[in-house]
Ligand binder design. Structure first.
Ligand SMILES: [Zn+2]
Length: 237
């Protein structure tokens, strides 16, 4: 798979066609949730039927967490220069449109993976994707390239949105010290997981994938945990 977060690059592109950005992003990342929650089956969320009864509910769950848990406290959670530019609420959208956005996101994930998975339909159908290039199959290189391009695109679009967004609140936000500590902790968790993987195996790829997965899981848990604590503190004050 390309890196899970990279799949979300499809969301800002489809948002121009009127689809809700967050719903498409949640759908685009949902099939990979078994990488982070091992009790779910990766093959099921990547199958045509599983996309409907497994990936779609996961996408809707992620969307609920985004809209109800995270968005309302973003002005308190983000570092100040960013916090002042987010309104802390989501635009109203009919449930059918949100579900449609999730469906399109899940479909885009499966389509994208079919070009980068060894067993993907496009890889099976197109010999060029199976050809070896500098020691690796072409679909593997495509996977790395799309992962990097997706992340770079998300970073560039996010930075442009923040530059253009007006200051809408006087939110104080969180200090950079908290963010720095959180990022250092996630990098340390990912790095130690990679190191352990290299000790146990001579194959570098699963070790790096394991490290990146653990770092991403830690970042997501930290963010959701901080959001819940912030909401509880706000409710009790
Ligand atoms: Zn995938």
């Amino acid at each position: 798979m390309p890196y899970t977060l990279s799949h979300a690059i499809i969301a800002p592109l489809l948002a121009r066609a009127g689809l809700p950005l967050a719903a498409v992003a949640c759908g685009a990342m949902a099939p990979d949730l078994p990488l982070f929650a091992r009790w779910l089956d990766y093959d099921i969320t990547h199958s045509a039927l599983g996309a409907i009864w497994a990936s779609l509910p996961i996408a809707l769950g992620l969307l609920v967490i985004w809209r109800i848990v995270l968005v309302p406290v973003l002005p308190r959670l983000l570092p100040r220069p960013l916090a002042r530019r987010v309104p802390g609420r989501t635009a109203a959208a009919p449930p059918a449109i949100l579900v449609a956005g999730c469906v399109v996101g899940v479909a885009s994930h499966l389509a994208w993976d079919s070009f980068t998975h060894a067993s993907g339909a496009a890889v099976v159908a197109l010999p060029a994707l199976r050809a070896e290039v500098v020691g690796l199959p072409a679909h593997q290189w495509l996977q790395y390239a799309l992962s990097l391009a997706g992340l770079a695109g998300l970073g560039a679009l996010g930075a442009r949105w923040l530059r253009r967004a007006p200051t809408t609140t006087d939110a104080r936000g969180a200090s950079w010290a908290w963010w720095t500590a959180g990022m250092v902790a996630c990098v340390a968790i990912g790095g130690s997981t990679t190191g352990l993987g290299l000790l146990l195996s001579v194959d570098i790829r699963p070790a790096v994938v394991g490290g990146v997965t653990m770092a991403t899981s830690a970042a997501a848990l930290l963010l959701v945990g901080a959001a819940l604590v912030t909401r509880l503190r706000r409710a009790s004050s």
